[in-house]
Design a protein. Sequence first.
Length: 323
Amino acid sequence: MKKIIMAAVCLIAVAVASRAAVASNTVEIVYNGATATVSVAANISDYITDKSDGSSHVKLIQSASVNDAIGEISYILSGTSDDGEFYLEGTYKTTVELNGLTLTNPSGPAVNIQDGKRIKVKVNEGTTNTLSDGKNDTYNGCLHVKGHTEFRGKGTLNITGNSKHGIYSKEYIQLKNSVINISGAVKDGIHCKEYFLMESGTIKIAKAGDDGIQVELDDEADKTGTTAEHEDENSGNFYQEGGILNFSGYDGKAVKADGTITFKAGTRNFSTAETEDATAISQIVNDAVATEVYDLQGRLSAATRKGIYIFKNGNTTIKRYVK
């Protein structure tokens, strides 16, 4: 009896140590073939419902009541599965960390985040992460995000979109530092709404069945144009402020936008002739002498405020972003 009690105490101690090893406000998911281990920090265990039952098709529901009680939760994904997924449902801003993940879902998105708030996808430095999906007309991307998508971190993310787009965001996309390689997509390599902003990092697209990157207006009636710090912006605009764009295959345009396309800095291996936006005016990134300057509504302007203006000099018409 004494041995049994001691064994039970040891098991409890191990369980407590395992839970303590998970940092507060953190969920760790480790894939291993047909199974996945989901470890939830003790302070948020009442707010996370795990519907995966140990399966590699991980499905987590985050309670709305976590918003005021706890705040933002981080989900750290690692390991390997050739028949799995990460599904997250919630109503509050969230961070998803890719920490050496190789994940294929033969029946839908590899990562499917059904949360309309800001989703930070952190590609951890020094890691390589690979996602691949399968045919499913219900969803739009191998990495499918319902909310705002912000890519951060100095790691590498490889994506193959076998159903529709490689990456799909129902709202804006921002990219800083990360390296994203899209080896193939049935439709667009990257597709988002509201706006696309690339601050730094690298995007390589080897093959896209339609456009390399496409940016849509979320709702034509709510169009805003460029806003200060892009707050609540719904412009359909594409901005490259740094980083590298390297596209080696697309059947549509390299970049297509419902708004305007601005190449402010960074490098790219395609010409502006291979892009398409709402103005159909060639893009330019350097200063230019102009005899007349207009705003995007066609009104004469002094171009004294930050924004995009149309510059005319004789028969030459260009568009330039003014800081």
